[in-house]
Design a protein around this ligand. Structure first.
Ligand code: ZN
Length: 332
């Protein structure tokens, strides 16, 4: 619908309302509602519970990636992927990228899982700080931030204007991720990623790691923190130090899948389908299959950084395929 159609139909409504003797409606037309404010216009915080812990999912970003299925591998399966998207009524010429940031509050601990893209002049990117403000949390109140891996959509939000964006937060990551980026020559030989962007990307990651240096705390596969609330799990392939997180409270569990899936149909219909952002696609597939099999068998409640907002759901096995069963929204 364009503006002229809106204006015409509105004018038509006013005339017919006046004829019907409804002066209050005509009066209301004179004070048109203000334009919506610039900035995030979608719903972007959603509260839920994990046992006794308060949790929020905060949308940091949403935009379509124009390369679309050109980013997906193997190349010979792209027609099949397109058919699937088309049958499900999805766009076939782009891949929608959601960035969902998980936040937990337990007593005085306020814990972030990745921090999104950070400051950006793109209207649909970098909403985390708006989301935190909406639920009344200042950057200074955040006590911990876990990093799954160092790609810009996960790491950059931890830094603002060359300083730690959350100055009082410990910054947790695994040694493997730090070592990969700080190594002399990070190995991207197995990745389908556009190699032109690599030098700039490596430079930014190193700079951000340096800024966060004082706050950094290294964790290992299997480590449990905050009295068992957060368990760190090695989930290599997307990057060498890519981690998933298992959150447990009062008998309930949430498995944060991070970047094991970038789409709610593609990586589930066939876990062998990979995205160009994977550093080691074969290993990413092995890890994904392990997690899908286990989460489906155990009926684990899951959460995806890149799955459609608000990112909660279950993995359902159907023969050799899987399906992402998004959890319906609940108003509470
Ligand atoms: Zn990502």
């Amino acid at each position: 619908m364009n503006d002229s159609v809106v204006n015409l139909s509105r004018r038509g409504f006013v005339v017919s309302a006046a004829l019907a003797g409804m002066p209050q409606l005509v009066k209301a037309e004179k004070t048109a509602p203000p334009e919506p404010p610039a900035g995030p216009s979608n719903p972007y915080t959603y509260h839920f519970k994990i046992g006794e812990v308060d949790a929020w999912t905060i949308s940091d970003a949403y935009f379509p990636i124009r390369e679309g299925l050109g980013l997906m591998w193997p190349e010979e399966s792209r027609e099949e992927m397109k058919g699937l998207l088309s049958r499900e009524g999805r766009e076939t010429d782009s891949i929608p990228l959601y960035a969902n940031v998980l936040l937990l509050r337990k007593d005085k601990e306020i814990i972030l899982f990745d921090a999104g893209f950070g400051g950006s002049n793109r209207r649909t990117v970098g909403w985390l700080r708006h989301g935190l403000a909406q639920i009344g949390i200042t950057p200074e109140q955040v006590t911990a931030g876990f990093l799954s891996h160092a790609h810009s959509d996960h790491l950059n939000g931890f830094v603002a204007e060359d300083r730690a964006a959350f100055p009082n937060a410990a910054f947790y990551l695994r040694q493997e991720e730090l070592d990969f980026w700080q190594g002399k020559d990070p190995d991207f030989s197995k990745s389908k990623r556009n190699k032109k962007s690599l030098p700039g990307m490596i430079k930014t990651v190193r700079k951000n790691f340096e800024i966060l240096g004082e706050n950094t705390k290294l964790v290992k596969d299997g480590d449990e923190l905050f009295g068992g609330l957060v368990r760190v799990e090695a989930a290599p392939g997307h990057t060498s130090g890519h981690s998933c997180f298992r959150i447990r409270s009062a008998g309930e569990e949430l498995l944060h899948l991070m970047d094991l899936a970038h789409h709610d149909l593609l990586m589930f219909a066939d876990p062998n389908w990979t995205i160009a952002f994977d550093h080691d696609p074969k290993l990413a597939v092995v890890t994904r299959k392990k997690y899908w099999e286990q989460a489906a068998a155990q009926g684990t409640r899951c959460y995806g950084f890149h799955l459609p907002w608000p990112g909660l759901g279950y993995i359902v096995q159907q023969g050799r395929k899987y399906r992402w069963a998004a959890e319906p929204w609940r108003w509470a």
